[in-house]
Ligand binder design. Structure first.
Ligand SMILES: NC(=O)c1ccc[n+]([C@@H]2O[C@H](COP(=O)([O-])OP(=O)(O)OC[C@H]3O[C@@H](n4cnc5c(N)ncnc54)[C@H](O)[C@@H]3O)[C@@H](O)[C@H]2O)c1
Ligand SMILES: [Zn+2]
Length: 336
């Protein structure tokens, strides 16, 4: 795992020393992260700053066009480096721009939210939204360097920490039962995102999966556990104009997909109960029955429909994921 000091050493090497550098930020990372970055990484002194407004709305083609124009105006060329300093919005957008500007320039990622550290900044997926449809346009483009600086997490509020913690819980349940045992004895909020050691474990697990299957042909699909139902809750909240973060939706998705795992794959009941209790302690779990028709429509829109069944990733046990498990509407209803 690279630190800001490693980034300073990396950028001091001859091919990068003389390149023009651009740092993409939003108003929050401008205030909370940029001063420390410049202080720690001398090589970024004099870099041009590109600032966008925080929020999902900035992941748009209009902003891509605007930022590419700004890059050209500032004399960016093929050898320039774009540094994304922010949460998943900045790293997705910056990655997309780096992958298409002049057919690709070098990208450096410095994630500053828990969610972007453990998830969005790993695996090269870049994206912008098309109208309200999330991540419809994107590329797979790996950064040349990723730097992790834990103190950046100190200015996140509790909700943002829990947002990232949901993805940590997911990866532990899918890949590593010892990690889950450690997590369930910790609070994700007392220590930021459990603690540094657990964050590092999650980063390593995702990196190992992505290394084996960058293009999500098979293995990487297991990372979508919790996301079939999670995405449906997320879309539902967007349609109702409610404020629900991705990780909050994923926590509900994990809850109901563990229920399905229990019903269909005999996931051990005692472990399931521990997971439900833990999730209910930190997240609001909404009813699936109350919104079943909308939830079903979103799942149908999201998934290949196979003889009236939807393909889910479920768990036979902790760290034993099974892909392409067919689920019917009746089985979904039986989760409550
Ligand atoms: N590419 C992928 O594989 C992948 C995976 C998961 C999520 N995503 C994407 O990531 C995005 C969500 O990422 P996110 O949750 O990081 O949201 P975000 O980027 O919107 O950040 C959340 C908020 O925290 C602020 N912030 C960032 N760093 C801060 C800091 N250190 N201190 C205080 N405030 C800070 C931001 O300005 C923003 O207001 C979504 O667009 C999602 O689609 C991508
Ligand atoms: Zn997710």
């Amino acid at each position: 795992m690279n630190s800001l000091k490693d980034l300073q050493n990396f950028l001091s090497q001859s091919p990068y020393q003389s390149c023009k550098k651009f740092i993409l930020i939003d108003e929050n990372t401008f205030s909370y992260c940029l001063p420390e970055l410049i202080e720690e990484v001398d090589a970024l002194n004099g870099a041009e700053i590109l600032e966008i407004e925080s929020g999902e709305a900035s992941k748009s083609l209009a902003i891509v066009e605007q930022l590419c124009g700004a890059l050209i105006e500032s004399g960016a060329d093929k050898s320039s480096i774009l540094i994304s300093l922010g949460g998943g919005v900045i790293t997705d957008l910056g990655g997309f721009i780096a992958s298409v500007f002049k057919r690709g320039i070098r990208h450096i990622v410095i994630p500053t939210t828990l969610l972007s550290m453990v998830d969005a900044s790993i695996g090269g997926k870049t994206a912008v939204n098309l109208a309200e449809i999330k991540n419809q346009i994107g590329t797979i483009y790996q950064p040349i360097f990723t730097a992790i600086h834990f103190p950046f997490l100190e200015t996140l509020d509790q909700r943002q920490i829990l947002n990232g913690a949901a993805e940590m819980i997911k990866i532990a349940l899918v890949c590593d039962s010892d990690l889950w045992d450690k997590m369930r004895n910790h609070s994700p909020i007392d220590e930021i995102g459990f603690d540094e050691e657990l964050i590092i474990s999650c980063i390593n697990l995702k990196e190992a999966i992505v290394e084996k299957d960058l293009y999500e042909e098979d293995l990487r699909k297991i990372l979508n556990f919790g996301h079939s139902i999670g995405h449906a809750f997320e879309s539902l909240s967007i349609s109702k104009g409610e404020d629900l973060l991705h990780g909050e939706a994923v926590a509900m998705g994990i809850y109901y997909e563990i229920r399905l795992s229990e019903l269909i794959l005999n996931f051990p009941k005692n472990k399931a109960k521990e997971i439900y209790d833990y999730l209910r302690k930190y997240y609001k779990i909404e009813s699936i029955k109350e919104n079943i028709n909308e939830i079903l429509n979103y799942i149908i829109a999201d998934k290949k429909n196979f003889e009236d069944k939807f393909q889910f990733i479920l768990l036979k046990d902790i760290a034993d994921p099974q892909i392409n498990i067919p689920i019917s509407k009746e089985e979904l209803l039986a989760t409550e």
